[in-house]
Ligand binder design. Structure first.
Ligand code: PEP
Ligand code: MG
Length: 321
């Protein structure tokens, strides 16, 4: 109760042994990006592009989209920015994507799966990203949401090649993508784990149902194992292809300081979260070495429930007492 306030974030995510863990922000538009830059985020790990267009009945023009993206890029000159292509579905509707009503929207036509609902939307979005990037110094990476197969990753990768976009990635939000991370990373350069969806699909628990909060919890050892599988797949792909394949986490899990330590211990390279969480996460990361984080991850993974995994990790982190 009389705990000292956590120190302000001083601009770099780093462990006590000097290992760098860049801390990025999740943003939706230029305004949230400016706010995140004010909180010293090292870049943007997730730009939820659909946020800018949720009220739109018709597809925003390439120019309108480019303006929106540029306002985000301008908030982080020279820094790392990960743009996610439109992530909509029957539960997060973008009327211009023509997604029909569905009984189970979470299992329906959403994310990258909307690519075929209106031909060309994704190509025009890539064009807008390129247009926004003209003259920008930001280091722009582009990824697709809701990927389940290596073939989808290949299709997306080809689209980015055709658009001339260099750094290509996909989100790991389905158990299928986690299990297949090695093959998927034969097609793209990086993955970003969306723990919000990965948790709901691993646990078969709707992320919108409060009654299932105990299942829909990223501390669930099964979810942690999915993340471990993803990192191991990326490590094998890095060796196989002779180039580092990056793994980020951009779901809410990264904003939980103790869980951030576990993610780092599992081998995740970077974390992205709501900017308000960065100071607390950085303060806790500063107290552990990579080796200690690995030990905490092993301990958390061997528990039988989310509650026990969380307690096991927090016990090792006196700063959180
Ligand atoms: C996620 O699923 O963890 C994620 C970051 O994407 P969203 O929350 O936008 O579905
Ligand atoms: Mg998601």
């Amino acid at each position: 109760a009389n705990r000292q306030p956590l120190p302000a974030f001083d601009g770099k995510g780093v462990l006590s042994d000097g290992t760098s863990i860049p801390l990025y922000a999740n943003v939706g538009d230029g305004k949230s990006a400016e706010k995140a830059a004010g909180l010293s985020a090292e870049g943007v790990g997730l730009l939820r592009t659909e946020f800018g267009f949720l009220g739109n009945d018709s597809e925003p023009s390439v120019e309108t989209q480019a303006e929106t993206y540029k306002s985000v890029f301008d908030a982080f000159p020279g820094q790392h920015i990960v743009v996610r292509t439109l992530d909509a579905g029957a539960d997060k509707p973008l009327p211009f994507l023509n997604v029909k009503e569905e009984e189970n929207p979470a299992l329906g036509v959403r994310g990258f799966r909307t690519d075929w609902t209106v031909p060309g939307v994704l190509n025009r979005q890539l064009e807008a990203i390129n247009k926004a990037a003209e003259g920008s110094e930001a280091d722009i990476w582009v990824m697709a949401p809701m990927i389940s197969t290596t073939s989808e990753a290949r299709t997306f990768s080809k689209m980015l090649d055709e658009a001339g976009i260099q750094t290509k990635g996909v989100m790991v939000e389905t158990p299928a993508a986690a299990v297949n991370a090695e093959a998927i990373l034969g097609e793209v350069d990086f993955v970003s784990i969306g723990t919000n969806d990965l948790t709901q699909y691993t646990m078969a628990a709707d992320r919108l149902l409060g009654d299932l909060a105990h299942l829909n919890n990223p501390w669930q050892p099964a979810v942690l194992k999915m993340i471990k599988l993803t990192v191991e797949g990326a490590q094998r792909a890095s060796v196989l292809h002779g180039i580092k394949k990056y793994v980020s986490v951009c779901g809410e899990a990264a904003a939980d300081p103790a869980l951030a330590v576990v993610l780092v211990g599992l081998g995740v390279d970077t974390l992205s979260m709501n900017a308000g969480a960065i100071a607390a996460v950085s303060a806790v990361l500063k107290t552990v070495t990579k080796e200690k984080a690995q030990q905490i991850a092993v301990k958390a993974l061997s528990q039988i429930s989310s509650a026990e995994a969380k307690t096991a990790a927090r016990e090792e982190l006196p700063i959180l007492d």
